[in-house]
Ligand binder design. Structure first.
Ligand code: M6R
Length: 367
């Protein structure tokens, strides 16, 4: 059942080329320049006329939501808000029948997300689900939705469901942008081609970073803290990297937008602080270079995720993880994979139960 892997989590990390491919299959028709998604198509007017889209979720799915916000705002130019389901449901939020509420949930059973959706529905919003489990409670209550086709995710730490969620959100953003006229045909075509190339790029990343992340992990078994930094699309990827590490290795980790470092977390940096920094070429690269300089001036240990051929960050970093280049908007999908492996191996070397971390359940059906 673990297919020869030591843990479900590792198996699921390695399944990502397939799970992303399966999530796009039949939907992304690159040559025709079409994205087929019945849930969106059948309710296109609701989306086109939406005052705003509110994304609600918890945990890793909430991180996917943050990236969804960037995607939908950039390509469809519809205002998006992202909220923790637990906060949304308890604060009497303003929701109208002009709002579209998208719930993201791997299990489709998360109690807070379900309750937040019920509230949105009562107030007349159109509710849309992005779930991995077919016929789950959230999938059933929503007006429409798109399934991620990641297959069963057994490891408590979400990996392949996350990248499948990003795939669906990318498809939705491109489709809405195309149909509401904000995304020109040439740009649509090139993004569609780039998205379809992601599974291949993830295969390359798995191949190139599997051993490397083990080597790096060995040096951080005794770490007590980690910082994860990224900018733009990769800021939520930094949050997700930190969550993976803390939930399975029990090392405290925080994710931050890199530019926020100087507003507080920089005080933590000394020679004992490992800092994972996501620094692909596209997306505020120069700014990230200066962030790395600031960290090195304080002797922090930099683990940098960079594009192949990088020179500037590479010259300063203590550890370098190279990933292939892609469009900035899809870079979190690619960058997340080595961070999953790094968290996995640090946890394994610490003797932790990675598939069933202490105190955690696969789906949180209590409040
Ligand atoms: O099933 P859901 O996507 O609704 O679950 C949400 C969170 O409970 C979940 O992502 C949790 O944070 C994971 N353990 C993260 O790896």
């Amino acid at each position: 059942e673990k297919g020869g892997y030591e843990h479900f989590m590792l198996k699921e990390i390695f399944e990502q080329p397939k799970s992303i491919h399966d999530t796009m299959r039949g939907r992304l028709l690159v040559e025709e320049g079409i994205i087929k998604m019945a849930g969106i198509w059948d309710h296109l007017e609701r989306f086109k006329n939406a005052n705003r889209i509110i994304i609600i979720a918890c945990g890793t799915s909430w991180h996917a939501g943050l990236i969804g916000e960037y995607l939908i705002e950039e390509f469809a130019r519809i205002p998006v808000e992202v909220e923790y389901a637990s906060e949304f449901r308890y604060r009497n939020p303003i929701i109208t029948d002009k709002d579209v509420v998208i719930a993201i949930s791997q299990s489709g059973e998360t109690a807070d997300t379900m309750a937040a959706l019920k509230l949105a529905k009562e107030r007349g919003a159109f509710i849309y689900g992005i779930c991995n489990v077919v016929d789950s409670s959230i999938a059933r209550i929503t007006d429409a939705g798109s399934y991620t086709h990641a297959g069963p995710e057994i490891g408590v730490a979400s990996t392949k469901a996350f990248t499948a969620q990003l795939t669906i959100l990318s498809l939705i953003a491109l489709k809405l942008g195309k149909h509401n006229g904000n995304l020109g045909n040439a740009e649509f075509m090139s993004l569609a081609a780039e998205l379809s190339a992601i599974p291949k790029k993830i295969e390359e990343v798995l191949e190139a970073t599997h051993e490397l992340t083990q080597e790096i992990a060995k040096d951080f078994i005794s770490a007590t803290n980690f910082l994860y930094l990224g900018r733009g699309y990769n800021y939520p990827a930094a949050l997700e990297g930190a969550l993976k590490l803390k939930e399975i290795s029990y090392i405290h980790a925080e994710g931050y937008p890199a530019a926020e470092m100087k507003h507080g977390p920089i005080a933590l940096i000394d020679e004992n602080m490992p800092i994972v920094i996501i620094a692909p070429k596209k997306g505020h690269y120069d700014k990230i270079v200066s962030n790395v300089q600031e960290i090195k001036a304080r002797k922090g240990k930099v683990i940098a995720v960079v594009n192949k051929g990088d020179t500037q960050v590479k010259a300063m970093a203590d550890y370098v993880i190279e990933i292939p280049e892609t469009s900035e908007c899809f870079s979190p999908i690619v960058a997340s994979v080595p961070l999953q492996l790094l968290a996995y191996y640090i946890a394994v070397y610490r003797g932790a139960n990675v598939d069933q971390p202490r105190n955690l359940a696969k789906s949180v059906t209590v409040e």
